[in-house]
Design a protein around this ligand. Structure first.
Ligand SMILES: Cc1cc2nc3c(=O)[nH]c(=O)nc-3n(C[C@H](O)[C@H](O)[C@H](O)COP(=O)(O)OP(=O)(O)OC[C@H]3O[C@@H](n4cnc5c(N)ncnc54)[C@H](O)[C@@H]3O)c2cc1C
Length: 583
């Protein structure tokens, strides 16, 4: 049979965003949809489907065929280290390799998206999408005994995306030990972090189909169930989009019109897949800005030296990258722990800094202009202004450092494993800003990924403040009864009573941290005045029919894990595309 090459909608990328949009648009049999995906199907790939039974089994798909396996640019503020940077390359995108943690965001964070020029974007309106998509499978008795709790009001039960607790949840009383310790230290316990109030110690559900003990990636939720019944939905696998093709109109000064996407197939043939209504880019935070740049949409200072003609000038594309650093404290334990841990403490700035909060807040506020200057100095020329950068930082600081803020700033995972308790943790909301830009005219080469972790010293202070709290947990009963000694960083590297300002913390952190690979905001959805790349419906400013819909358009980083909110954001934008076509 002959494959059609003209569709109403062409979607690049089949991650959670691309597949939600494809699913929703192709529900109408009269509408034709193409999805272009550089990777292959991972339907029966055991590195993808198998649920880890132990934390050491986590990440089977990493650095295999379903991972782009990028590296970061050398990190100026981390002794010039280059960090591994994972991103999924398969039907299902990064949900085929991710940790499957299902945690949405803090309500105030999504409400704040509206303040950045996205009228109508707030927690309550996003909730419709969050809950309609979710098919929550409540925990069984054994899981409850091991710490799984939930609230009905925090979940949807009838959606396509199955969520639930791991069948291998660690027992041996670990969660109760953690919870009692957390409460002894004065932190909240949270019976369900998915209702917009994330703070506290809790267990998290995962994107899994608990009934089959299998990973619920984006394709399993939104593609395979409809694939056979929708001949109007066509997926091009092993096919890489190289640039957006525009209508030739030399004299037009108005919005450019996309007519399709140029692709290279696995057999190395180049062709154009035509989209008569829209081209939707869902290639993720790393490749969406790169694809726009290769198509001539971007910052002229980046494009011109590579010989790429600027079709639409967009100085901020690829800038504003926000990612998180990840590091672990490790203790030995006399107990031999088995099972898969999904235990977390989410702490706010006041939980972290306690009595130091007013002082550090004052220091941060006094330095906003300095921070903005440092960010600008690391950006490509002419990206944004000091005034706008200050405004964006102030918006973030207000959310996090207000004395009554409920926004989690720290995520601490508790992972008992064999005779160890491993505790990865991260500053959820760094103020540092990085960038992703193409460095070659060859669209098959990956862009330079530069998260600029620890560009601003405040970010390592936050990371150190978390570390101090983790040590306090281990020194407090009943958790203290389950550990013998600290093996990372160890008191030789960081003295036992080192405060968060102690330089030994900063040294260890910068020498040892990796990235948490939660990149967002490289094509931010914000008002044009603030340097937004897309409007509140994902449409790229200056184009008639190009949208970006994926994690790259998050206006800000969030305290949840990203996939739940990527699904919901895509669902909401699908609503607005459908509402337009019905008009
Ligand atoms: C190691 C790791 C662990 C994570 N753990 C969690 C977790 O536990 N919970 C959670 O919620 N989130 C987690 N995340 C984050 C989450 O999975 C991603 O944020 C989310 O999948 C992003 O969705 P997306 O649609 O924006 O892009 P992606 O899921 O990255 O999808 C983009 C797709 O586009 C394709 N593509 C890119 N360029 C092109 C091109 N030019 N042509 C054709 N196709 C292209 C890619 O191959 C990919 O399939 C994790 C991420 C990583 C890397």
């Amino acid at each position: 049979t002959c494959t059609p090459k003209t569709f109403d909608y062409v979607i690049v990328g089949s991650g959670p965003a691309g597949l939600v949009i494809a699913n929703r648009l192709s529900a109408d049999p009269k509408v034709t949809v193409a999805v272009i995906e550089a990777g292959d199907s991972a339907y029966s790939n055991p590195n993808v489907t198998t649920l880890p039974k132990l934390i050491t089994e986590y990440g089977a798909g990493l650095d295999t065929s379903v991972d782009w396996s990028y590296s970061s640019a050398p990190q100026t503020y981390m002794f010039n280290r280059t960090l591994p940077y994972h991103a999924g390359k398969a039907l299902g995108g990064t949900t085929t390799i991710n940790g499957m943690t299902f945690l949405r965001a803090e309500k105030a964070q999504i409400d704040a998206w509206e303040e950045l020029g996205n009228q109508g974007w707030n927690w309550d309106s996003l909730w419709d999408s969050y809950s309609a998509q979710e098919g929550f499978q409540p925990p069984n008795e054994e899981q409850r005994r091991n710490g799984a709790t939930y609230e009905d009001a925090a979940h949807g039960f009838n959606g396509d995306l199955s969520t639930g607790f791991t069948p291998y949840l660690v027992g041996q009383g670990f969660f109760n030990t953690l919870k009692e310790t957390s409460e002894a230290l004065g932190y909240l316990s949270n019976s369900d972090a998915n209702d917009g109030s994330m703070r506290g110690t809790t267990t998290w559900p995962m994107t899994i189909d608990a009934s089959k003990s299998i990973r619920e990636d984006a394709a399993r939720a939104f593609y395979y169930p409809v694939a056979e019944s929708r001949p109007n939905l066509h997926v091009f696998l092993n096919t890489t989009a190289t640039r957006i093709v525009f209508e030739e109109n030399e004299c037009s000064t108005s919005e450019v019109v996309a007519t399709g996407v140029e692709v290279i197939s696995s057999d190395n043939t180049t062709e154009t897949i035509r989209g008569t209504r829209e081209v939707i880019i869902s290639a993720g935070s790393i490749r969406s800005p790169a694809l726009l740049e290769h198509s001539g949409i971007g910052n002229q200072a980046v494009l011109e030296p590579l010989g790429i003609k600027t079709v639409v000038s967009h100085p901020t594309i690829g800038s504003n990258l926000q990612d998180q650093p990840n590091i672990a404290i490790v203790y030995t334990s006399p107990t031999n722990w088995t099972g898969y841990p999904t235990f977390v403490s989410l702490l706010t700035a006041s939980d972290l800094f306690g009595d130091d909060l007013p002082g550090i807040t004052e220091e941060i506020r006094a330095n906003i202009s300095v921070y903005a200057g440092a960010i600008l100095a690391d950006y490509a020329p002419h990206t944004t202004t000091l005034e706008i950068q200050e405004k964006l930082l102030k918006h973030q600081v207000d959310l996090i450092f207000d004395a009554n803020s409920t926004v989690p700033l720290a995520e601490i995972l508790w992972a008992p494993a064999g005779n160890l308790i491993i505790v990865p943790f991260w500053n959820l909301l760094p103020l540092s800003r990085g960038s992703i830009h193409v460095t070659s005219p060859d669209p098959l080469l990956p862009p330079s990924i530069n998260p600029q972790l620890f560009q601003l010293p405040i970010d390592s202070f936050v990371q150190a403040a978390i570390a101090v709290r983790v040590r306090e947990f281990f020194a407090t009963g009943p958790l203290s009864e389950h550990v013998t000694s600290e093996i990372s960083p160890g008191i030789e590297a960081v003295p036992q009573n080192a405060s968060w300002r102690d330089p030994s913390w900063a040294t260890w952190i910068k020498k040892t941290s990796g990235t948490n690979t939660h990149p967002v905001s490289t094509c931010a959805m914000m008002s044009k005045e603030l340097g937004g790349v897309v409007d509140k419906e994902g449409k790229v400013y200056g184009t008639k029919n190009v949208r970006v819909v994926d994690a790259s358009i998050f206006p800000t980083q969030i305290s949840g894990h990203l996939s739940a909110s990527v699904y919901a954001l895509a669902g909401r934008i699908a609503d607005s595309i459908l509402a337009k076509t019905e008009r």
